[in-house]
Design a protein around this ligand. Structure first.
Ligand code: ADP
Ligand code: MG
Length: 699
């Protein structure tokens, strides 16, 4: 191969060619670098292959042998077709490899071929035969590259279209050989301090480990080469974020003045004594607000930790400086609730609070928009309508975004554009594991409320079978008769909202007519007209309704301290974070509260979710388990969440390295060893990483 560069398109390589090059490009591998950063997902130690005679049932092993016989046939007692290959090795022992529906292997795994197999040795309970079921295999024809595939620790790649692991191995090897040197974009100071190999060494070690390399380390992605490549990926992302933060800090925003008048006003509107945690985060927020740079702060706090009042206190600072405040909530119910809360506390202090939602009449919207534009409405609370309609503020200075995780990144930016660099406070009850918060909200500063308001006792959480329904209903009746209130959440049906509403209606009918004809039962779901939703919520808030049957529309934010029971029907159908959010609707007052998880049949994952709920109420632990169960993609729900896709790193597996990289990156950007080094780094990030990581305004 001629000399190549990381940027060389793969289709230019002779060994790839146009057609395969296109195929690879379609899979996201356009250049040599793309290929080299697609690491082996596991390794086989073929310097030390197990003889067939030494295999034990239950172990997973690599074996190499010659196929003695292979055939495809109809299995007895079933319609399934089977493919079997009998393999013998130098030890003289033989083993059968089996595939269901394996007809396609005819002509590939033929008699006389030498093949490496990898899989778990099992006892076939039908035939009593020892075999490996569906092993991975690799044909070992005697080409001149055989020292690449045998007698060493061999990298295994995930196949790419028609390209096998063996072909990929050859291709990667060829590329590395044709690249005797390679620039290393990781700053030398950092590389030295961390004791990392340079880039080309790291790639060699990772793709073709030296004899005697630590196989265990390789398998857990902790060999020096792998660590360096993982670190590198985090480091550039974190540098990008650090540069972005630096730039944001340099922008001119509003320096709010926190004087005695504002302090007194806050005292005057506070309905209770804030907790230490609330005081601390308010101080952090007020500190930001006093700075001329625009605030970008995330307020994290578990459900019920009391974020709203902190936002309200901060809002008073802005209001006392003659600026307008916008509060955005993800659902109409939550917006309406915030509206009542802010209005109750702020109107006596002389501020005008308005609600703006999508389902309002056009005339009302128009009226409120005028008030906002003229600066006569001081606090504007709403749903997406606040940003999607042509709302112009007279002097917007402070924005609160509640339940931030419900909004896409784009929406956040659109609201920002409505003011002259207003201060922004985003709030979330999804307790994101710290390292992930750093990545996802990398451009934000983070405050955490880590303490619940006083007088809360743990919520008694139980898993119950449907057989216990009668007991549960009797318990609910006693609670309501004692003056408390109850939520009944209906089974989650994700595929259709219509079905979901119908299910809720069914539960409601049954409870209202048959089970609790003597109690007031209400129904709440997303399809109700706004006015009805508000009426139901109002009735529940004022305890005119004792039992509220609902879909997950009450999941976020709803705050009725008198409610003490959360019954979730078919709790196994809900996600873990969702269950935690739902549970957070109770336990908000002084009375003992209960979360009853009524379950049907569960699979192991659902079982794990339920067990976690019963075992802990720590939102951070719950988020951690949830993340492990679902993986980051699903956890954050699509690309919109802003979580970058990594090619080498894995945010769960490598989380401690993310912290490390963040520390190094921040220090590097703040205090680079020289101006030129920083300029080079900015250039590199701009060229290579900006688009992938959405670092829109780096440098
Ligand atoms: P979340 O953080 O989930 O949004 P909320 O702001 O809705 O929590 O607060 C939960 C409940 O706790 C509300 O009823 C609120 O009035 C109450 N609360 C918040 N802070 C305190 C406090 N320091 N003392 C007493 N009650 C509080
Ligand atoms: Mg809230």
């Amino acid at each position: 191969m001629n000399r190549i560069e990381p940027e060389t398109p793969l289709e230019r390589l002779k060994s790839v060619g146009r057609q395969r090059g296109r195929l690879l490009a379609g899979k996201g591998l356009a250049t040599v670098e793309d290929l080299l950063y697609r690491l082996p997902f596991r390794y086989e130690d073929r310097s030390n292959v197990k003889p067939l005679s030494a295999l034990v049932v239950g172990e997973t092993a690599t074996v190499i042998g010659e196929i003695q016989a292979a055939q495809s046939f109809q299995a007895r007692r079933s319609r399934v077709r089977l493919f079997e290959a009998r393999v013998r090795d130098e030890s003289g022992a033989a083993l059968v490899m089996k595939w269901f529906h394996g007809d396609y292997l005819q002509g590939i795994l033929e008699r006389g071929k030498r093949v490496a197999f990898y899989g778990k040795v099992e006892l076939d309970s039908y035939s009593g035969q020892v075999c490996i079921l569906h092993p991975e295999y690799e044909l070992l024809d005697d080409d001149q590259d055989s020292q690449l595939h045998l007698g060493r620790i061999v990298p295994i790649y995930e196949a790419l279209g028609r390209l096998t692991t063996r072909q990929l191995r050859k291709l990667v090897h060829g590329c590395l050989e044709a690249m005797p040197e390679l620039d290393d974009p990781l700053p030398e100071t950092v590389r030295r301090r961390m004791g990392f190999p340079n880039r080309i060494e790291a790639l060699w070690q990772t793709h073709f480990p030296a004899p005697g390399a630590d196989l265990q380390a390789l398998k857990s992605f902790r060999s020096p080469g792998q660590v360096r490549l993982i670190f590198e990926e985090f480091f550039f992302l974190e540098c990008g974020l650090a540069l972005k933060r630096q730039k944001a800090r340099a922008a001119r925003g509003i320096a709010f003045c926190l004087n005695d008048r504002a302090r007194n006003k806050i005292k005057q509107v506070l309905p209770f004594k804030p907790t230490m945690a609330q005081k601390r985060v308010l101080k952090e927020i007020a500190g930001d607000m006093a700075q001329p740079a625009p605030m970008n702060r995330l307020l994290q706090g578990d459900v019920g930790s009391g974020k709203t009042i902190v936002a309200l206190e901060a809002a008073v600072i802005a209001l006392e400086n003659d600026y307008q405040v916008a509060v955005m909530a993800p659902t109409e119910i939550l917006a309406a609730q915030h509206f009542l809360y802010f209005k109750r506390l702020l109107e006596p202090a002389g501020y005008v609070v308005v609600l703006l939602t999508g389902s309002m009449s056009a005339a009302d919207k128009k009226k409120f928009r005028r008030l906002i534009a003229e600066g006569l409405a001081h606090v504007v609370i709403g749903t997406h309508a606040v940003i999607s309609d042509n709302v112009a503020f007279q002097r917007l200075g402070f924005i609160v975004i509640d339940e931030q995780h419900r909004f896409g990144v784009m929406q956040r930016w659109r609201l920002l554009q409505k003011g002259e660099h207003p201060d922004v406070l985003v709030m979330t009850a999804t307790p994101i594991p710290r390292t992930l918060a750093l990545t996802l909200y990398g451009e934000l500063d983070v405050s955490v409320i880590d303490e619940l308001p006083p007088g809360r006792s743990p919520i008694v959480t139980r898993k119950l079978p449907f057989a216990d329904e009668e007991k549960v209903f009797a318990f609910i009746r006693r609670q309501v008769q004692a003056g408390q209130q109850v939520y009944v959440v209906c089974p989650l049906i994700e595929e259709s909202e219509t079905k979901q509403v119908a299910a809720a209606q069914d539960v409601y009918d049954r409870l209202a007519k048959k089970v609790f004809p003597d109690l007031e039962v209400g129904l709440l779901h997303g399809r109700l007209p706004t006015a009805d939703k508000e009426a139901v919520m109002q009735a529940f808030t004022s305890n005119k309704v004792g039992v509220l049957v609902s879909t997950t529309v009450i999941e976020v934010g709803v705050d009725v301290p008198n409610a003490t029971v959360m019954l979730i029907v078919h709790a196994e159908s809900f996600g873990l974070s969702q269950l935690h959010q739902l549970r957070g609707r109770v336990g908000r007052g002084a009375e003992r509260s209960y979360c009853l998880l009524m379950c049907g049949e569960t699979n192991p994952t659902a079982e794990e979710r339920i067990r976690t709920m019963v075992e802990t109420q720590d939102g951070f632990r719950i988020a951690d388990v949830d993340l492990q169960l679902r993986g980051p993609g699903e956890f954050f729900g699509t690309k919109q969440s802003g979580l970058p896709t990594f090619r080498v790193a894995d945010v769960i597996r490598d989380r401690e390295m993310l912290e490390l990289a963040r520390g190094e990156a921040t220090a590097f950007v703040q205090n680079p060893p020289g101006k030129r080094v920083l300029v080079e780094l900015v250039d590199y990030i701009r060229n290579k990483w900006q688009r992938r990581y959405g670092l829109v305004q780096v440098g």
